[in-house]
Design a protein around this ligand. Structure first.
Ligand SMILES: [Zn+2]
Length: 217
């Protein structure tokens, strides 16, 4: 099964995970170009149509599902998988926009309580979309097993209850430490040199004895 969407880049911030994706040349850009594929996704995840969705037609995803960007469908499949894990307290929200500078490229921004969970859900969603829009051949994706797999994935992480925020803070701390070390080393080296030069200068002055300019004072 061909991968119809490539995840080019993922940026994890304290609030959001933002993925840049490229829709392959073989894939439809719009769901309306392959309504059978769109229906396959609907049959797999029927509750997807109840998602709040502003910006396109109407106020729920139902109003635009049949005529929207494939990347936007990917966003909603990801959100649906995330909400089915019951690992996220609040309603997960996402946003999708086209990167006009690049061909067939979109950014998807997702609320991110846990970067591992969100990235996992996104790649599972890519797999579901790829299955649905390449004729639906082969075994039908098992949504429950996928959701279960995501839950296991998150549980397999250190059981210290670290959230994405904690991991982000850890990362910052490590970065700050490294930066401080490097900065201090360099700072000390440079000033050590300067102090040495100053000492030399003082010695030199003592050797020379008081100079004319110093007599003014
Ligand atoms: Zn939407």
């Amino acid at each position: 099964m061909a991968q119809l969407i490539d995840i080019i880049r993922v940026v994890v911030g304290p609030e959001y995970l933002t993925a840049t994706v490229r829709v392959s040349n073989d894939a439809p850009l719009m769901t309306s170009e392959d309504l059978e594929g769109t229906t396959r996704v609907y049959n797999l995840l029927p509750t997807i149509i109840n998602h709040a969705c502003v910006g396109d037609a109407g106020s729920t995803f139902k109003d635009c599902m049949g005529n929207t960007e494939l990347a936007h469908l990917l966003e909603h499949v990801t959100v649906e998988l995330l909400s089915r894990t019951n690992l996220v307290d609040e309603v997960v929200a996402g946003r999708t926009w086209r990167e006009l500078a690049y061909d067939r490229t979109f950014s998807i921004q997702l609320d991110c309580a846990d970067d591992v969970l969100v990235a996992g859900a996104l790649s599972s969603a890519v797999w579901i979309i790829s299955w649905a829009f390449t004729g639906g051949a082969g075994p039908v994706p098992d949504v429950d097993a996928t959701v279960d797999g995501l839950v296991q994935l998150v549980r397999s992480l250190p059981a210290d209850g670290a959230t994405a925020d904690d991991r982000y803070d850890d990362q910052r701390d490590r970065y700050d430490d490294r930066y401080e070390d490097r900065y201090e080393d360099r700072y000390e080296d440079r000033y050590a040199d300067q102090y040495d030069r100053y000492d030399d200068y003082e010695d030199e002055q003592v050797d020379r004895g008081p100079r004319m300019s110093q007599k003014i004072f």
